[in-house]
Design a protein. Structure first.
Length: 135
């Protein structure tokens, strides 16, 4: 019977150590990406980087207008920006994301709802002080 007690105590102790290691080792700081005013290519790259970094990310736009002239991808239809498959907040700081008048119809954002046939994980998107125009 004493060996069973040691196993239970050892088991709980081992689980506590493992849980502590996961909590300490698994935490990572949120990432912030700054995008120069009106630089649409930099906005696209910031979304790609935010998707890849594995932590909640904020994209700070520098103001002005970011014009989408062509779809970036066609996941579930034409999308002007990369599919959102992580936790992203875009601080617009009064910026406008617009579809260029000569561009084909497209949606601005596609947010992945779950792991899908494209291999994308679930994402979430928050928009602050941002205007969307012509989408």
């Amino acid at each position: 019977m004493p060996s069973v007690s040691r196993f239970v105590v050892g088991g709980w102790f081992g689980c506590s150590l493992l849980l502590s290691a996961l909590v300490v080792g698994g935490s990572a700081a949120a990432q912030t990406y700054s995008v120069p005013a009106g630089d649409t290519a930099a906005l696209i790259q910031a979304v790609l980087d935010a998707n890849a970094d594995g932590v909640p990310s904020t994209i700070d736009l520098g103001g002005g207008e970011y014009s989408l002239t062509a779809p970036h991808n066609a996941h579930y239809g034409p999308n002007g920006l990369p599919v959102i498959n992580s936790d992203i907040t875009i601080n617009g700081n009064g910026s406008v994301i617009s579809r260029d008048s000569g561009a084909e119809p497209l949606r601005f954002f596609c947010v992945s709802g779950a792991t899908d046939s494209f291999g994308l994980s679930r994402g979430s998107l928050s928009l602050k002080q941002l205007t969307l125009s012509g989408g």
